[in-house]
Design a protein around this ligand. Sequence first.
Ligand code: FES
Ligand SMILES: [Fe+2]
Length: 396
Amino acid sequence: MTAVSGREQLMEITRREIENAMSGNLDLAPSVLEVPTERYIDPEQWELEVERIFKRLPLALAFTDELREIGSYKSIEVAGVPVLITRTMENEVKAFVNMCSHRGAIVVDEGCGEARDFSCPYHAWLYDLEGNLQSVFDDSNFGEFDKTEFGLTPLPVAERAGLIWVTLNPKSNVDIDTFLSGYADVLEHLGFKDHVVAGKQPLDGPNWKVAYDGYRDFYHVPILHRNSFGPDGPYQADYYAWGPHVRVVSPKGHERLSDIPEDQWNVDDITGGVWTIFPNISIAGTPSTGYMVSMMFPGKSVTESYTIQNFTRPEPVPEGEEKELEDHMKFMGYVVGEEDYYTGKRVQRSLATGAKKVSMFGRNENGGQLFHRWVQALVDTPDEKLNELLEKGIDN
Ligand code: FES
Ligand SMILES: [Fe+2]
């Protein structure tokens, strides 16, 4: 879909969704998909997923807003890898393994901040924003020593559509644009380049795939969320894929646009639904009011994940109006933590009984179908074939 501009793609999808809303049609998957329950509970499968998905693919780990100024940085640990992202003096974004070249201490504590350089807390080796080793405390003890060889280990990094992607494997040769498959052109329209990150909160969840299944699923919304979102929300969805990335859209939400001329559709009108970025991001909200961006990561074992819910706003929250954001965050923490993940943790426990051999994804659940088919294709693909898979995609 890359030849068509992002905006035109959004317009085409909107037209299609109005058509489906008026005719009562849904673009269903060709068949039901059965996923072996073993794949949610097997520690070896889980390790392969961490290695071949989380450590090999670019992951959206930060917002442009978190690294807007020269000298801003973000330190975050993902799948056991400490990552440091910086905005350099040349106004470029760089990423590194956040590990000291001396004896491996983590150099920068987790969080966001601003700095001109980073002093290792163990023995004060000093690094600049480019990851170069600047100075060694009492360096006469290290003999002839070429400091340029002992910088922080760089990681592949790219900034697109107001998000910053990092690949955890320093030797990765995955091309970010191949991986995004044109998705950045449409993500642009969500407005993250200008949004501020107004709040963040963590949540514990079940196995990362159990958790992610919920983000590509409207089917459960009026049932599981009847007491929070209400019983009348749309439960039917169409799915649009760019490589492994999927937008989930409800035709029902488009009914009202049928008698509004196209030139009066605004950006909120053409960007509805839930946007997911493979393998672990879900984006819900609107460009004009802001988004909840859930970044979900595997936890310490096959049965655990954790999520950072990020709340963006088109403008900083005005002084005195913080309460609205606080209430919204509390509400979304409840919905995802006490409804989605509460249910997911129980799913996780019952999957472990082995009583059922498969989980089913109906023809109306193509988002989940595509997710599991991509996960398995990636798990089955060795390093030397990875770019080929990302270029060709999986059969639809
Ligand atoms: S481990 Fe960083 S200075 Fe020693
Ligand atoms: Fe949900």
